[in-house]
Design a protein around this ligand. Sequence first.
Ligand code: NAD
Length: 354
Amino acid sequence: MEIFDMREFDGHELVVFGHDARTRLRAIIAIHSTALGPAAGGCRMWPYATTAEAVADVLRLSRGMSYKNAMAALPFGGGKAVIIGDSRKAKTPELFEAFGRLVDSLGGRYVTAEDVGTTTTDMSNVARATRYVAGLGAAPGQAGGDPGPKTALGVYLGIKAAVRFRLGRAELKGVRIAIQGLGGVGRHLCGLLAAEGAELFVADVHPPAVEQAREQFKAHSVAVEELLALDVDVLSPCALGAVLNARSIPRLRARIVAGAANNQLAHDEDGAALQAAGILYAPDYVINAGGIISVSREYCGGATEAQVIADIQGIPARLTEIFERARRENRPTNQIADQMARERLGQPARALVA
Ligand code: NAD
């Protein structure tokens, strides 16, 4: 595997492969940039088919964290970890403790937290071996805990900003929103949107999650393969990445794409395809920063939940700035966001070209 030649390699500072024979840990940590502080980003547990697939994912995700943390004005760089394995079958406390030792061996250059497939319980096990971890249980009123609901809050506020900008509507009552994925973020997002009278259409590969959304939020259940092409105002991808690609974009009928999933665009040029189709895209790492805002406040210590919420309320203004600049310069929103992030990282805009 030629890591330095991979499309996803973007001058990453460090890539570490960790193995522990006793617990069968196979993990990769990628540090994209520490220009703005220690690299912070979650740990994903996923049954990658090949090591190359895992490397590509951790490289892409860690670059996304550099951009996300820079845009949220956090004192952190970008990093990410992946554990190769099935989170429904292969988890043990010892596995996460071993992962904690790997994190600890980097001496604080990388700080971990939850991502897809990992939970606050897993992070408590990581914390047995390292202090470079956040997303642990929080006392009432204090910053911290599961970042999912905080991410959902930011996405909800971001959807409102996009609806105001694109549709000229100040309220979500009657706005039709399709949500792909009803996990830690998606189901909380449904609650916030339903409380404001939005009409929800949902899909998840896990049927009980759909049933719950139908009962709790009067959501319409849609087949997974049909959700993306639904005639709605907003499509909110809250499952996995690369859902916006050359195959899916021509089928989209939503006027806005605004969701929590990381790396929604399969390639940078898919942002231009969305713009050409007249679809307003809320750059993923700007709209989904609520979780890392919470995690970083928790890690730095001494913050209240109210401070975290106040920080998250900055997300819609940042998005609106991107939307306005994209309209003024007639450029895709993802390009504008990448340029702003790279400027903050002190990196040349050259890497904008995919
Ligand atoms: P999760 O694992 O709790 O939930 C994901 C849900 O998507 C699951 O219910 C799963 O069954 C479903 N799903 C998987 N494939 C699907 C498909 N093809 N169609 C429909 N549903 C599908 O994850 P989460 O914490 O809710 O995160 C969701 C997304 O948001 C991920 O991309 C994650 O990286 C991103 N994100 C999460 C956070 C956070 O704080 N949790 C922060 C930033 C970004």
